[in-house]
Design a protein around this ligand. Structure first.
Ligand SMILES: [Zn+2]
Length: 260
């Protein structure tokens, strides 16, 4: 953990520090050194929060974007008595969870139902090589494109194709998709898509982590640059897509401010 209580104050680990765990009130000792991230550990090995992910620089970086008194907040369920440490809890009660390691589906569901108002930020650096963001899509609410269903394809260099709902009135009934559809050449609409674009893209994910498609809340992928990519289902055919979001803008929004 980044913080422990020392003289009732939430402080970061310092050499030879002794503290109290913010969650279980157990004794903690500081772990500091050049080869590790300074942190607090329980003096006696105990499992205080079984959802706790080993902290990385990536976690620390994300926490540091937010005020100290929003970081590592104990969330308590009155009925069950269950307690967990949320990575960040904003002053409007929204929880941000920074997930570095793969998470099993049952744990994802448990966390979502425990925190209720939460979003995920996923360290996508780990599967960056398997994740390819394809060409742009139009604004999903743009009335000019409502008849078009987009789909990834390997034939096009930007990985996009589309078919028309009006040409395939039974599209929802068809199980054996695409084969039936007359696919159109994307180049015909390219410049209109460019004008309508507000950040949406198709993507290709080899060895996908399916768990993230089963979240009931927002999932943002962080590839370590200045953008986040929000996982989405796009259009009537609900094709998987991502939306590009400026990271600074996202952080300011999470803090309750709009960036000027
Ligand atoms: Zn503890």
């Amino acid at each position: 953990m980044k913080y422990s209580l020392v003289n009732n104050k939430k402080v970061e680990a310092f050499p030879k520090g002794r503290g109290i765990c913010i969650c279980c009130q157990g004794e903690t000792v500081s772990k500091c050194g050049s080869k590790i991230i300074n942190h607090w550990a329980h003096k006696n090995l105990k499992h205080c929060d079984n959802w706790w992910d080993n902290e990385t620089e990536w976690h620390r970086q994300w926490k540091s974007y937010f005020p100290t008194d929003w970081q590592e907040i104990v969330h308590f369920d009155d009925k069950s008595g269950e307690k967990h440490i949320a990575d960040v809890k904003t002053d409007s009660g929204f929880i941000l969870e920074f997930q570095n390691s793969p998470i099993p589906l049952d744990e994802l569901k448990l966390r979502e139902s425990f925190y209720k108002k939460m979003i995920w930020i996923v360290n996508a650096k780990k599967f960056e090589k398997n994740f390819h963001i394809l060409g742009k899509l139009p604004n999903p609410n743009d009335s000019n494109f409502q008849d078009l269903a987009f789909w990834p394809t390997k034939k096009d260099n930007k990985g996009r194709s589309f078919w028309k709902y009006s040409e395939n009135p039974d599209w929802e009934k068809e199980i054996d998709d695409i084969v039936m559809y007359r696919s159109h050449n994307f180049s015909k609409i390219e410049k209109y898509v460019e004008k309508s674009y507000i950040g949406h893209h198709l993507f290709e994910w080899k060895k996908p982590r399916y768990v993230w498609f089963q979240s009931n809340t927002d999932v943002f992928l962080d590839f370590g640059d200045k953008y986040l990519w929000k996982l989405m289902k796009y259009g009537q055919n609900k094709v998987l897509s991502v939306k590009k979001i400026n990271k600074d803008y996202f952080i300011e929004r999470a803090k309750g401010k709009n960036k000027t």
